[in-house]
Every structure is written in structure tokens, then in C-alpha cells.
Design a protein around this ligand. Structure first.
Ligand SMILES: *[C@@H]1O[C@H](CO)[C@@H](O)[C@H](O)[C@H]1NC(C)=O
Ligand SMILES: *[C@@H]1O[C@H](CO)[C@@H](O)[C@H](O)[C@H]1NC(C)=O
Ligand SMILES: *[C@@H]1O[C@H](CO)[C@@H](O)[C@H](O)[C@H]1NC(C)=O
Ligand SMILES: *[C@@H]1O[C@H](CO)[C@@H](O)[C@H](O)[C@H]1NC(C)=O
Ligand SMILES: *[C@@H]1O[C@H](CO)[C@@H](O)[C@H](O)[C@H]1NC(C)=O
Ligand SMILES: *[C@@H]1O[C@H](CO)[C@@H](O)[C@H](O)[C@H]1NC(C)=O
Length: 431
């Protein structure tokens, strides 16, 4: 989103004022749903290429501030560019302070300091589902490889940010050639230690793909992330789909692959396609939850990734060797009535329609595919485990990163050339 901010500032400043009279941003259409949901549309007049909506509820919004509600819409559906967020809860009388950016024939136009007051709430939530359905259909999805030895910016956003909620990883994400590289048709994401980052102020400046706290963080008593890693995010969003990824997962203590679908409107709502801890083993009471175990499935309770039992639990596949020892094809097939998980054509997990419904994964959700690698964090590595007999080098406390850094001798030497995520292809098919 910040990319857009930068680009709009540049675009706006570069336009000779004479060019700007040709297009005027028309009035937007608003619709608010009960119990939640906000839809904002812009007529898709000829030449409109992008619609960006930025708003805050009952609070002023600064001119270029992204706001709490913020999204770029690059595709028109049914003659409109539509922003839709099913999770925004609004009441009669709430005030939306917003600004709009529209790219029209490659020129940028803005409308600042706008206000809209909620005067009507639609209780027809079937409309809502049909809004999403429309947004889902026709999204360009397809087969992506890295054969051309570059990362196509039309397909992938290469993230740069300092992650916080909900994962609190011990890494930041940077788009730098020593971290993210495409070689011989394979994408490599290789995290590196940059221990000095832990005790300095971090500021990603202009290259940051997020905003606010995700772009700069001061060094306080809580240390900053000491690892630099990489993450891609699909530019397109899509709903129900088959996703197939050929990848080699990372091996190395306290790293994990991020291969999941993430709900555009709620980053906690995910479907894990392939998760396995980098640790060779990760044991407690004789149970090994390390990298010989692959996990996948709907994921909404970050704090208890594999502690949920019953129908909603993540599904798992166990191997004799670390999953990252070999290349595998991970496949997920997700429809409104079932979700299936495969490794190398072997079905290892299924969710039925009742479970999907209970967890809210039976309806249209706009998802983006995330591919990356992360380290540490409070939830992915539960306390009281040992890794190859060595006690976990940090615990769930304010000092977690400090402990992780100070105990680096307990994990650092497990990192090797295999401590990377490699991806050969990604196929996304609508179902
Ligand atoms: C639609 O509204 C009804 C009644 O308010 C509610 O029970 C139901 O969960 C809603 N459905 C969705 C998909 O939000
Ligand atoms: C993607 O690849 C799969 C497997 O090779 C093939 O079945 C499918 O038709 C391809 N889809 C597109 C859009 O090229
Ligand atoms: C980050 O760096 C930029 C450019 O030097 C500066 O404008 C900005 O104020 C810095 N942000 C913080 C929070 O220090
Ligand atoms: C931002 O990205 C550019 C181009 O990749 C690079 O040259 C520059 O060093 C980056 N700036 C920072 C602060 O990382
Ligand atoms: C975490 O570890 C520190 C240092 O070993 C210890 O003092 C603290 O009590 C632990 N906290 C928890 C919540 O286990
Ligand atoms: C999606 O995947 C399932 C399970 O592998 C398969 O049966 C189905 O044919 C696939 N559908 C499409 C459109 O690729």
C-alpha cells in the first residue's frame, strides 16, 4: 500500500496541471451491511486503472495517511471498481473520513478531506456474499514459474516491513538480492542474521511496503528483530481455489516457511498450505513436533497453532526425515464444501463442509498467497520443548528476542545452506 502512496505522490507532482482537467473523480457509492461489511464503489469510466480508498472511522485522516481502511483496487467488476471489507463494523451516525486516489490513463488524481456519514445499514447479507462472489470471479490466476529468472512485479509484491501483530516474528522482511534471489528458474529466500539490528532503531524508509510501526521501530527495552528475511505476496486476490506449489522447505532451528493464503481483510484468517518447523526435531514428553511433521489447514487461532484438537485442528503428515530434505509438491484444494491437503499427490488432510462452516471458511473470502520464511516468534515454537536435546533458547516473555540473541550459540550453528525456502512453481486455479 505504501508503494502506492509513493507512486501517487510522484504521479501527482509530475503532472502538468493542464492534463488534470480531463478526469474528475465522481462521487463514490457507499453501502454498509449488518452485522458488518463496507462496500465502496467507483464507476469504472474508460481510462480508470486503479482506485485506492483510504479511510478512518470517527477520526480525522491526514492527507497521505493510509488509514485503518485502505486498499488498492485494480480491477473493475460489473462496471465498478469496488472496495469491499466484510469485517468493518459500522453504525448509523459513524463518520468515515476518507481520501481517494484514482489512476486514470496513467495519471493520478486525488480527492482529499472527504466525509461520508453512515445513514443506512443494509441487513441483506446475501447481497454481501454476492459482492464478494463478483470480486472473486475473473481474478487473473494462473501458473507462475521463475523460469525467466526474475520476480514479476505484476504477479508478486516483494515485501519490506517490520512485522508485528499477529505473528511477532524475529525477522524483518527486505527486498535485497542476498535474501531473495532467482537462480536457474528457482526462487530462493534465504534469511540472514543481522544481530546488530536487535539494538538499533530500525527504519525502512521509502522502500517499506507497509506503514507506521511496520516501517520503523525504535530500540527500546524490547529488542528489535535480529534476522532479515524475505516474503512475497500475490498481487491478485482470489477466493476458492486449487493451489499447487513445488517447494523445498527450510531446515534450521527456529525458522519456518510461510506458505499460506491470507484473508485480505483479516490477516489472522489463513489457510496454511505447508508448514513445518525448521528444527530437525522439537520434542516434549517424547512427542516430536519438529520438521518431520508437515501441517496444513485453516488457521485462525495463532496462539495455539497445533494445540487445537478435533475437526478444526490443523492436519498433519509425518515423515521419517525432515520435510525440507527433499523437494515436494504441496497441493491444496478448497471449495465451499471441502478442503483437501496433499503432499506429492498423497491426501493427508480433509475438512468437511460443517467444519469449514464453523470456522467461516465456507464463504467467499478474498485471499492472497503469501510465500516467505520467518524465524522465531512467540507462537510457532511453544515453550518447554527441546531441539535436539537443547532447551528452547527463549520463552514467552518480553525478553524473548534478547534471550534468543544472547543464546545464539544454541541455534546459530544449525543454520546452513538448507536454511532457505526454494520454490519452483506456483499454480493457482479457480475451482
Ligand atoms: C446473515 O445474517 C444473519 C442474521 O443477522 C446471521 O445469523 C448470519 O450469520 C449472517 N450471515 C453471514 C454470512 O454473515
Ligand atoms: C497450469 O498447469 C497445470 C499443470 O501443468 C495445467 O493443468 C493447467 O491447465 C495450467 N493452467 C494454466 C492457466 O495455464
Ligand atoms: C525514517 O527515515 C526517514 C528518511 O530518513 C525519515 O523521514 C523518517 O522520519 C524516519 N522515521 C522515523 C520514525 O524515524
Ligand atoms: C531502497 O531500494 C533501492 C532500490 O532497490 C536501494 O538502492 C536502496 O538502497 C534501498 N534503500 C534502503 C534504505 O534500503
Ligand atoms: C523466561 O526465562 C527467563 C530467563 O530464563 C526466566 O527468568 C523467566 O521466568 C521465564 N519466563 C517464563 C514466562 O517462563
Ligand atoms: C482441484 O484439485 C482437486 C484435488 O486435487 C481436483 O480433484 C480438481 O480436479 C482440481 N480442480 C481444478 C479446477 O484444478
Amino acid at each position: 500500500m505504501n508503494n502506492l502512496l509513493i507512486s501517487c505522490i510522484i504521479i501527482v507532482f509530475w503532472i502538468p496541471s493542464g492534463c488534470r482537467a480531463k478526469y474528475r473523480i465522481p462521487n463514490l457509492e457507499f453501502e454498509v451491511f449488518k452485522p458488518s461489511g463496507l462496500k465502496v464503489s467507483l464507476p469504472a469510466e474508460t481510462g480508470v486503472e486503479l482506485f485506492a480508498f483510504h479511510a478512518k472511522v470517527n477520526q480525522p485522516i491526514l492527507q497521505i495517511e493510509p488509514g485503518d481502511i485502505s486498499q488498492d483496487v485494480k480491477k473493475s467488476v460489473n462496471g465498478k471498481f469496488t472496495y469491499f471489507n466484510p469485517d468493518v463494523m459500522l453504525q448509523k451516525g459513524d463518520v468515515l473520513n476518507y481520501w481517494v486516489f484514482v489512476q486514470h490513463n496513467r495519471f493520478g488524481y486525488r480527492k482529499d478531506e472527504q466525509i461520508w456519514i453512515v445513514n443506512e445499514i443494509s441487513s441483506n447479507n446475501e447481497t454481501q456474499d454476492s459482492v464478494l462472489k463478483d470480486l472473486c470471479i475473473g481474478n487473473t490466476i494462473g501458473n507462475y514459474t521463475f523460469k525467466e529468472n526474475f520476480i514479476d512485479a505484476k504477479t508478486w509484491l516483494i515485501e519490506e516491513y517490520i512485522p508485528g501483530d499477529p505473528d511477532w516474528q524475529f525477522n524483518i522482511y527486505k527486498n535485497s538480492p542476498d535474501i531473495i534471489e532467482v537462480k536457474n528458474g528457482v526462487l530462493h529466500i534465504k534469511p540472514k542474521l543481522q544481530l546488530e539490528n536487535a539494538r538499533i532503531d530500525l527504519n525502512l524508509t521509502k522502500n517499506c511496503t507497509r506503514h507506521g510501526k511496520e516501517c520503523s521501530r525504535s530500540y527500546l527495552s524490547i529488542w528489535n528483530p535480529p534476522i532479515v528475511s524475505g516474503q512475497l505476496r500475490s498481487v491478485q486476490s482470489f477466493c476458492f481455489a486449487n493451489v499447487t506449489i513445488k517447494a523445498k522447505l527450510p531446515i534450521g532451528d527456529y525458522v519456518y516457511p510461510e506458505i499460506y493464503l491470507e484473508d485480505v481483510s483479516n490477516p489472522r484468517r489463513r489457510i496454511l498450505i505447508a508448514f513445518s518447523r525448521g528444527n530437525m526435531n522439537y520434542e516434549r514428553n517424547g512427542v516430536d513436533e519438529g520438521g518431520k511433521r508437515l501441517l496444513g489447514g485453516p488457521y485462525i487461532n495463532m496462539k495455539k497453532p497445533d494445540k487445537i484438537s478435533g475437526n478444526s485442528a490443523l492436519r498433519s503428515y509425518s515423515s521419517r526425515e525432515h520435510i525440507g530434505t527433499y523437494w515436494h509438491v504441496f497441493h491444496m484444494s478448497w471449495t465451499p464444501v471441502e478442503l483437501k491437503l496433499y503432499i506429492d499427490d498423497l491426501l493427508y488432510g480433509e475438512y468437511d463442509s460443517e467444519t469449514l462452516q464453523r470456522e467461516g471458511f465456507n464463504k467467499n473470502l478474498l485471499m492472497k498467497l503469501v510465500i516467505g520464511i520467518a524465524a522465531g516468534g512467540p507462537y510457532e515454537f511453544p515453550d518447554q520443548y527441546t531441539s535436539s536435546g537443547i532447551k528452547k533458547p527463549y520463552n514467552l516473555s518480553r525478553d524473548a528476542i534478547k534471550q534468543f540473541v544472547n543464546n545464539q550459540d544454541l541455534w546459530k550453528n544449525t543454520w546452513s545452506a538448507d536454511t532457505q525456502l526454494q520454490v519452483e512453481y506456483v499454480y493457482i486455479n479457480a475451482v
